[in-house]
Ligand binder design. Structure first.
Ligand SMILES: [Zn+2]
Ligand SMILES: [Zn+2]
Length: 204
């Protein structure tokens, strides 16, 4: 299906409103109407081909918040109208040691990035959340509580989880000291999360 999106046509051009083709809804897919999408610095690197791997046209955006617009026949975890998010991955093999441990970022086959990846159904590029809609496998969609400010939730899906993950991994708890290197888009979130150490403790 065709969707409206902000499209980088080349590394040297600004993003422009346009259209791209994404896969049609599959049995395990959730179609999401995008409400908000964070701007991660990776989006700029990729739009400008600063890592030398960008394929055009490219639609950035991997901090996606939206509402479920449709679900495939096998989808059990989500219903139409629900508030959901999509982060940096939209697929992985699901079979390897790492996928079985829910560490798809280390997938031995390789995970599919939300944009500039290869859609396993079509072989074409994946496109991100600077768009009206995204279609994503249900296993890579997260449910979001409705009582949060959804615009503020979006950056948690990449910048936030990147600093949240080590705090959880190393089991920090109230009273522990943490060091944060640099107070940029990620670092300031690390300080905010770590300064609520009791909150982290109760979740572990
Ligand atoms: Zn990011
Ligand atoms: Zn895997």
């Amino acid at each position: 299906m065709k969707i409206n999106a902000l499209v980088a046509a080349q590394a040297i051009q600004p993003l422009r409103a346009g259209q791209v083709e994404i896969r049609d809804l599959q049995a395990n897919d959730v179609m999401i109407e995008v409400l908000y999408c964070g701007v991660c610095h990776s989006d700029l690197h990729m739009a400008r081909n600063e890592w030398g791997v960008s394929r055009y046209p490219l639609v950035p955006g991997h901090e996606i918040v939206g509402r479920v617009a449709a679900v495939g026949d096998n989808v059990t975890q989500f219903t139409v109208g629900q508030t959901v998010g999509v982060a940096v991955m939209v697929d992985a093999c699901g079979q390897c040691h790492f996928c079985q441990q829910q560490e798809e970022q280390y997938c031995e086959v390789d995970f599919t990035p939300t944009y500039n990846g290869i859609d396993k159904y079509t072989g074409a590029s994946t496109f991100g959340g600077y768009a009206g809609e995204v279609i994503t496998d249900q296993n890579f969609v997260v449910s979001l509580p409705d009582n949060l400010a959804l615009n503020a939730v979006a950056p948690l899906l990449c910048a936030g989880v990147t600093v949240w993950s080590p705090l959880r991994h190393f089991n920090f708890k109230a009273g522990d000291r943490v060091g944060v290197v640099a107070l940029g888009g990620l670092g300031h979130m690390a300080v905010k999360l770590a300064s609520r150490g009791h909150f982290i403790y109760h979740l572990t």
